[in-house]
Design a protein around this ligand. Sequence first.
Ligand SMILES: [Zn+2]
Length: 415
Amino acid sequence: MKTVIMAGGMGTRIAAVNALVPKPMITILGKPILEYQIECLQKQGYTDIIIVIGYKGEQIQAYFRDGADFGVRIEYIVERTPLGTAGALFLLKDRMEEEFLLINGDIIFDIDIGGFREHHKKKGGKATIFIHPNDHPFDSAIIKVDTDGRVSQWLSKEDERKWYKNRVNAGLHILSPHILDEMAELKKMDMDRDVLKQLIPQGMLYAYDSPEYVKDMGTPDRLAEVEMDILSGKVKGKNLQEKQRAIFLDRDGTINEYAGFLKHIGDFILISGVEEAIRKINKSGYLAIVVTNQPVIARGETTIEELDEIHNKMETLLGRGGAYIDALYYCPHHPDKGYEGEREEYKVKCECRKPAPGLLLRAALDYNIDLGSSWMIGDSEADIEAGKAAGCKTAKIGRDEKYTDLLSCIQQILP
Ligand SMILES: [Zn+2]
């Protein structure tokens, strides 16, 4: 699979850091962003690289030349006039025989490319975008995905979006060569607006949802953060080829105020300090994963759609506080039959209702988690039993417990 890196654009917001070099050549710990990208590609065997250059592109060419010093082969496409984030793809027409990876030149990432590619092939869309939660969803475009992984909506900040799942486009894409067939002429084009969004009504845009490390260099603040993340090993460590550590969190009574069987979205209220606690988890490199029993589904008190909306509210509120969860698993079941209005298909003895460890085990498979170095935190005995059954360390929170709430717990268990 070939890789195309878009390195032609000019950075504006980050000009304060260094206006003399093109954005992909801004250095972090003495090494250009582009070099980190090429290293990640090279170590996974993706050595066939095309770099699209424009603004001060000669600096990129002078540094990387034909790629031999970096263990890869590099070809350059030079934009004579700015072609936006996608226009230069026209020049690749008839040159791509199979799907290819397209990367924004201003992001630091370390992802399992094979996993991303497999997902693209399995879904069979014309394009798959890499999406992830971020710590500022309120000022990012939100990508809504249906149950099959298709992108159903692309909501800009100006769009109506009260409660939403925190998932944004990370700047990595896999495109099928058919996309190029549809380009009729060489002209300025915007990747998001003119290419990707056009695929949504056709049902041909898919999303790959991953907690791996991807961060754009939008502002000097973020640059400093990425520097720390590289030094601490967080960037490499979050690649899903590496064993992950997770902090599993119960929902009711741990994240939100306990309200019995919570059925109404209005009753979902975050416990104070939870944003700070989860922000701390996010910074630590542990995955934040919610595991919750929701028998309200089996009892017929809430529909799946209503439950999803409650979780959207949770993600939106956390996002406002700069916090995010990487994944959420819930058990919709309930074992006791014979109530009015219940949904029989969910009235089963299952492996996922805590204290059974099924939700944690499923997450461990999905995200390559080492359960022995992970934590389960909750306010009930069922949470603790589930955590122990999965082989995790456990922490119970509550008024009479060692940890009174999630924040005090996180402050003590994370260094
Ligand atoms: Zn279950």
